[in-house]
Design a protein around this ligand. Structure first.
Ligand code: BES
Ligand code: MN
Ligand code: ZN
Length: 506
């Protein structure tokens, strides 16, 4: 789909569909009034008859509105004007694009981006609109025989701005939004792939292809490399699988000297680590069968960091970013790790594996130790780590843990601004005792109580050398039920954080 920014009167738009908003109860927005004036109160009339009262989420499609140049007019209910904030704006864009997509229109001009949102700039509205539009029209049809079931003609969407002097900012925000959306799409696509296709090797191939497309450095560590490095925690997870594990390292260097940047080329990178379990059966501590298919989504952390670096590369942000993806299957089998096994991690710390289903932390801990060699400015890991996080926060907020409150604060703020929220959980030393083992330096589980916190405590033992945050996306990375599928979260949060860090937000 193509996107552009436009300015002008809604009644003069020559396009297949113009979209304007109506507040509740029956209050026309500025652009709706403009059409209403041209159309001799046609809209006032409709609104007075009660066909569109402005209720949030409602839409009404009109044809042949007098004195307008467009084929169709879509009215979108916005809810009460006083309550029209970030979330309501995003929902309105979503309803508009969904309805547009369901009409026979090939192109649409959306005037909703002109509506003010408290605390938010024009650039924010355009960026959000682009991300939401792409998210709304996303389909995963790769494995359907009939890929074009819906046969939707919508090809072009324009978002409007009120003033000409907003044009360059709006265009920049549009480009940013589309780059973030591409990252989200990549994360959703990888997440939705079945486990028999999206193997560790597939993730590695994807990274190599991305490196070619975007000029990134890519290195794939194989099993033998891991053995040399002493990554026995990671290796212990891969033992039961026929799929060889990989450790993917992708580097984006946006601060190269001579590219108009004052920064040094060797500026410390931010490191993102993503959990890449391409299928989590639980291993010998086998999971119950119900909904086990959803454990193909256990690589959504990996997918999200790959999506983020793709967005960053596309936006050419002046930052250095390194992505590390430890990836493996977690399977039972004759050579699989067993409860009670003890392994030595790359850090030298020993781990008693009391439950082979607590495998995420085992692959992450070696990736964290490996990250030390990049002398990171900060490390953020993203993982579908614990079922307990779903119990704590549901499917709304990502769980956030950090050994640096300033980093935590910035990530929470980025999540708020990008409408991809995270909520901080405690990482107090009091919880460390949960991981005591009589035989090794630590156990890999801490019991049912405070399950997400003990998992984060485990990781914290491998992050002493840098500023670190951990995002537990077990509840936010995918949806179950009728619209089962990967969400692409937290790509919007991470991309927003990096945009801000690069000073590219307006
Ligand atoms: N990938 C799962 C976590 C998970 C479970 C995410 C359900 C989303 C939905 C992880 O590897 C796991 O199995 N964790 C265990 C840890 C336990 C054994 C300490 C869990 O949460 O049950
Ligand atoms: Mn598991
Ligand atoms: Zn897992």
């Amino acid at each position: 789909m193509e996107f552009s920014i436009k300015r002008g009167s809604p009644e003069k738009q020559h396009c297949a569909c113009v979209v304007v908003g109506v507040f509740e109860p029956r209050k026309l927005t500025r652009s709706a009034v403009s059409i209403d004036d041209a159309a001799r109160k046609h809209l006032s009339d409709i609104v007075q008859r009660g066909d569109m009262n402005g209720k949030a989420g409602s839409t009404l499609l009109l044809h042949n509105v007098p004195s307008t140049a467009c084929d169709r007019l879509l009215l979108v209910g916005l809810g009460k004007e006083k309550e029209f904030h970030e979330k309501e704006f995003c929902n309105a864009i979503r309803s508009a694009v969904k309805a547009l997509h369901e009409t026979g229109a090939t192109d649409g001009t959306v005037f909703l981006t002109e509506i003010p949102v408290r605390k938010r700039s024009v650039a924010w509205r355009i960026r959000q609109a682009a991300i939401i539009a792409q998210d709304t029209v996303y389909r995963f049809n790769q494995f359907k025989s009939n890929k074009n079931e819906e046969n939707r003609p919508l090809q072009k969407v324009s978002f409007t701005i009120e003033r000409q002097d907003e044009l360059s900012l709006a265009n920049e925000a549009l480009a940013q939004g589309l780059a973030v959306a591409e990252g989200v799409t990549l994360a959703r696509n990888l997440g939705n792939l079945p486990g028999n296709v999206c193997t560790p090797a597939h993730l590695a191939d994807t990274a190599l292809q991305m490196a070619k497309d975007h000029g990134l450095d890519c290195q794939i560590l194989e099993r033998t490399d891991m053995e040399t490095l002493g990554m026995h925690a990671l290796l212990s997870v891969a033992k039961g699988s026929h799929q060889p594990p990989k450790m993917i390292v992708l580097q984006y260097k946006g601060t190269k000297a001579g590219k108009g940047s004052k920064k040094a080329a060797d500026e410390k990178p931010l490191v993102l680590i993503g959990k890449g379990i391409t299928f989590d059966s639980g291993g010998i501590s086998l999971k119950p069968g119900l909904e086990m298919d959803e454990m193909k989504f256990d690589m959504c952390g990996a997918a999200s960091v790959l999506g983020t670096i793709k967005a960053v590369a596309q936006m050419k942000l002046p930052i250095n970013l390194t992505v590390i993806v430890p990836t493996s299957e977690n399977m039972p089998g004759g050579s699989a790790s067993k409860p009670g096994d003890i392994v030595t991690s790359m850090s030298g710390q020993t781990i008693e594996i009391l439950n082979t289903d607590a495998e995420g932390r085992l692959i992450l801990c070696d990736a964290m130790t490996y990250a030390e060699r990049f002398k990171p400015e900060a490390v953020i890991d993203v993982a579908t780590l614990t079922g307990a996080c779903v119990i704590a926060l549901g499917h709304v907020a990502t769980g956030l843990f950090a050994n640096d409150d300033s980093l935590a604060h910035k990530l929470i703020q980025a999540g708020d601004e990008a409408q991809d929220r995270a909520w901080q959980m405690p990482l107090w030393d009091d919880y460390q005792d949960l991981l005591k083992s009589p035989f090794a330096d630590m156990a890999n589980i801490g019991g049912r109580a405070a399950g997400s916190i003990s998992a984060a405590c485990f990781l914290s033992r491998y992050t002493k050398k840098f500023s670190w945050a951990h995002l537990d996306i077990a509840g936010t990375a995918w949806k179950s039920g009728a619209d089962k599928g990967a969400t692409g979260r937290p790509v919007p949060l991470l991309a927003h954080y990096l945009l801000k860090r690069a000073g590219k937000l307006s």
